[in-house]
Design a protein around this ligand. Structure first.
Ligand SMILES: [Zn+2]
Length: 469
């Protein structure tokens, strides 16, 4: 879940001309050309890039909270999807001092708007795997706009938090910044002794040298870049094992011990296990959560295997609904990722529905009661599917998305419904998905024509009749 944001489109400007000619005539003869400056999402034309597919990011970084300086290297392993004379990475981070491709210094590297444009010494053949190493250092800046709020890299009094949707990664490492290009991720973050550095996936060995500690993390399942995070600061870190996998939770040390936040984090495994009974096996090899205290972060985000929560959710003792929401995203959004931002309801509708399932399981509030209450709150003019950039985090995506999921359940019955959910999470595991594909699967499993029914729930400007009415 994210705070409501609007008019993201205002931020988007095409930064690279389309007619860039190849400078090497030999390469041009063989059909080498530059990769596109955007991956092709109509909402965000410059997000992501064309011409390659990233397999893995390996970041080796050091952060000094005293000077706010971040420095190190990003090693990006990718496969060319065309003969490439040059390619872009999305990067708003600090100064780049060197770029190599397959060990050779790049012929040229330049910053253009929010992109790092790399011309390798030799063209990259289609289907070849290549390794880019970017060395950089300086003080990272947040991504700010009146519409987006503030996201990306945020320095804090004791460290930093890198977080945000639909983009944040490009503020601290060079990246193909769109969920369509998922990749594995490893982080080595060196920070002063006594400071914690939390990130995605399973923890690795922690080592100490000369007053600095290196924390290691590896996310071994492909991850959309906006789901990567690092949280550096003064935290109570709890490490354990759950279902044979590591579980790491952390709570900002300025919160009292045994706070509601600690209690909610302690239920992470239990909530994940309940959701697994509804959605199928938990998709990742680690569990966790991080609670931060920062006025600029008044939301929670489903960062892969380890969501980050604002402490503002934990002011009451019944706050596990937000844990259910973010953990549901581990299936819906993280493992099964959208291929375009117009399909965001495939994430948020199911995460909202998980809140209702949890409320029934934990507090005895029937799902139908949550549905009936929510139905009264909807502004039906706003579509759930293809909501536009201004509606990306609006109620229609979240609440009407949840209504759509429950309407489907009543239409096809519990048996078909839960088979649809479990088959969806199994078939699309570690992949990308579209609304169209979801409708097709629901029709196949239920044996019912559902397109008109679902599209009415997703886009009709008048309220569809409630099931049973
Ligand atoms: Zn959400």
């Amino acid at each position: 879940m994210m705070i409501r944001r609007s008019a993201l489109a205002a931020l988007v400007a095409l930064t690279i001309g389309g007619a860039a000619a190849c400078t090497d005539s030999g390469q041009a003869d063989e059909g080498f050309g530059p990769g596109a400056a955007g991956i092709g999402d109509p909402y965000f034309p410059t997000y992501g890039n064309g011409g390659y597919d990233v397999k893995d990011y390996a970041l080796v970084l050091r952060y000094d909270p005293g000077s706010d300086r971040l420095e190190g290297t990003a090693t990006i392993t990718a496969t060319a999807t065309q003969n490439l004379s040059r390619f872009n990475l999305d990067f708003r981070g600090p100064e780049v001092s060197a770029v190599t491709v397959d060990g050779a210094a790049a012929a040229e590297q330049k910053r253009e708007a929010d992109e790092l444009v790399v011309t390798p010494a030799a063209g990259l053949r289609k289907d070849s795997t290549f390794t880019t190493v970017v060395t950089y250092g300086g003080v990272p800046q947040p991504i700010t706009s009146p519409e987006l709020g503030t996201g990306g890299w945020l320095a804090t009094p004791t460290g930093a938090i890198a977080l945000g949707q639909p983009e944040s990664a490009s503020s601290w490492y060079p990246v193909n910044d769109h969920p369509r290009d998922k990749a594995t991720f490893a982080l080595e973050m060196t920070v002063p002794n006594g400071t914690s550095a939390l990130s995605n996936g399973a923890p690795g060995e922690k080592t100490e040298k000369d007053g600095w500690t290196t924390w290691r993390w590896r996310e071994s399942a492909p991850m959309a870049s906006y789901l990567s995070t690092v949280v550096i600061g003064d935290f109570r870190v709890t490490t354990g094992s759950h279902q044979g996998k590591p579980i790491v939770t952390a709570v900002d040390n300025t919160l009292a011990k045994d706070s509601n936040a600690d209690k909610a984090m302690a239920r992470t495994g239990e909530v994940a296990d309940f959701l697994a009974t509804q959605f199928g096996p938990y998709p990742f090899d680690a569990y966790g959560g991080v609670v931060v205290v920062d006025n600029r972060i008044r939301y929670a985000l489903e960062t892969q295997s380890r969501p980050v929560y604002s402490d503002s959710f934990f002011s009451s003792s019944t706050s596990e609904w937000v844990v259910a929401h973010e953990l549901a995203h581990q299936w819906f959004g993280d493992s099964v990722s959208i291929g375009a931002w117009r399909d965001i309801w495939l994430n948020e509708g199911f995460a909202t529905y998980a809140e209702w399932l949890w409320a029934e399981h934990d507090e005895g509030v029937p799902v139908r009661t949550s549905f009936d209450r929510a139905y009264e709150t909807i502004r039906w003019e706003d579509p759930t599917f293809d909501p536009g950039t201004s509606g990306l985090f609006g109620n229609s995506v979240y609440i009407r998305g949840g209504l759509t999921v429950h309407a489907l359940r009543e239409e096809v019955g519990d048996d078909s419904f839960f088979r649809i959910l479990k088959e969806w999470t199994a078939q699309k595991r570690n992949a990308n998905a579209t609304t169209e594909e979801f409708i097709a699967l629901a029709e196949r499993i239920s044996g019912k024509p559902l397109r008109e029914f679902l599209m009415a729930w997703l886009t009709s400007k008048t309220p569809p009749p409630k099931p049973g009415d």
